[in-house]
Design a protein around this ligand. Structure first.
Ligand SMILES: Nc1ncnc2c1ncn2[C@@H]1O[C@H](COP(=O)(O)OP(=O)(O)OP(=O)(O)O)[C@@H](O)[C@H]1O
Ligand code: SF4
Ligand SMILES: [Mg+2]
Length: 333
């Protein structure tokens, strides 16, 4: 029996996060930079969505744009929508955003030490977070449960951040992100700062909790091995644009954008995965002066005349999409 295609309403209902044509700008001495320049993406319930791309491509700025929590005052959301379970967050005031952060969206960052308060015990920090979102009742039991979920004994509640190893601190970070049972977790390079031996443990822990709790996850990473292991769907970002998206198996088996092809061939040549930025010749363009047309054209082995002047749209390729003129039957050679 064939299953009917889901209706538009069903798709909307199961969408946890949807970015629509998001644009974020940073004022800098070199001029206006748009690290997020028309980004659209979707994370469905229970799904792990990967966001990959070289250093400087705008992955973290995309995450910051969702939370409206920028590393610099010079950054601001210019246009587009951030829909969380159908509700656009962009008109919300900062106080209202505070209730979204932590409560509806949990965040896991690269460096857990940077967001753990050094003068508070682990237990006190988790308690404060639960209280901030009116979930403080029965906090002690909940904290013990959270610590157990991330593989730490209840005794860790009494420890201070400096008494934790990097892996333990990140486990606390994960407990904190999941504390209020958010619908979505955004994890930005959650294992990069950890020892290689610990990375796999922490990643498996995240993947297990994500599955058990059915939380949707946007996972930002350099590591394509991580993407292959835990993601269902992948978006590839280049110089502020999404250049390809698709189900993980398809993206790895048949990448449709020359940039993705470069990433994969560079990485697959090696036994040890290497950072994306050394896998493709040249480097990410200066976003203050991005190349005309397709931003990848100065580095692309398939560049055509049209690529130098016209920005390619995302072409539909069944269940995947790629922003490359090679997929336009009227343009491709
Ligand atoms: N604090 C900042 N001040 C000014 N510009 C910034 C700042 N942070 C980021 N940018 C600009 O935004 C662009 C995208 O940065 P972002 O941190 O999102 O990249 P990324 O893809 O997360 O890279 P990485 O993989 O290194 O984390 C940078 O290339 C830079 O032009
Ligand atoms: S649009 Fe042109 S330059 Fe850009 S990736 Fe495709 S072929 Fe290469
Ligand atoms: Mg980043």
């Amino acid at each position: 029996m064939t299953r009917a295609a889901p209706s538009a309403d069903a798709v909307a209902a199961e969408t946890v996060l949807e970015l629509r044509d998001l644009v974020t700008e940073i004022r800098s001495v070199r001029g206006l930079v748009r690290p997020v320049d028309g980004v659209s993406l979707r994370v469905r319930a229970g799904e792990v969505v990967g966001l990959v791309g070289e250093s400087g491509s705008g992955k973290s700025m995309t995450a910051f744009s969702v939370m409206r929590l920028f590393p610099t005052k010079a950054a601001r959301l210019v246009s587009g929508e951030v829909r969380l379970r159908g509700r656009d967050l962009t008109p919300l005031r900062q106080e209202e955003m505070r209730t979204v952060r932590g409560r509806e969206v949990g965040m896991i960052f690269q460096d857990p030490a940077s967001y753990l308060n050094p003068v508070l015990t682990v237990g006190r920090q988790l308690e404060q977070q639960l209280q901030a979102h009116a979930m403080g009742r029965g906090a002690e039991a909940r904290i013990a449960e959270l610590l157990q979920d991330v593989g730490l004994s209840p005794e860790f509640a009494r420890r201070y951040p400096h008494e934790l190893s990097g892996g333990q601190a990140q486990r606390v970070g994960i407990a904190s992100a999941l504390a209020c049972r958010p619908a979505l977790v955004i994890a930005d390079e959650p294992t990069t700062a950890l020892d290689v031996t610990i990375q796999a443990q922490v990643l498996r822990l995240m993947a297990r909790l994500q599955r058990e709790q059915g939380v949707a996850m946007l996972l930002i990473t350099h590591d394509l091995g991580v993407v292959a292991e835990v993601c269902d769907h992948v978006y590839v970002m280049y110089a502020g644009h999404i250049v390809e998206e698709g189900p993980v198996e398809r993206l790895f088996a048949a990448p449709q954008h020359p940039y993705t092809q470069g990433l994969l061939s560079g990485v697959l040549d090696l036994i040890e995965p290497k950072p994306i930025e050394v896998a493709i010749r040249g480097s990410v363009p200066d976003l203050a002066h991005p190349p005309e047309g397709c931003r990848f054209h100065p580095r692309c082995p398939h560049v055509m005349d049209v690529c130098r002047t016209r920005v390619p749209p995302l072409f539909d390729l069944g269940d995947a999409r790629a922003a490359c003129w090679l997929h336009d039957p009227e343009v491709a050679p």
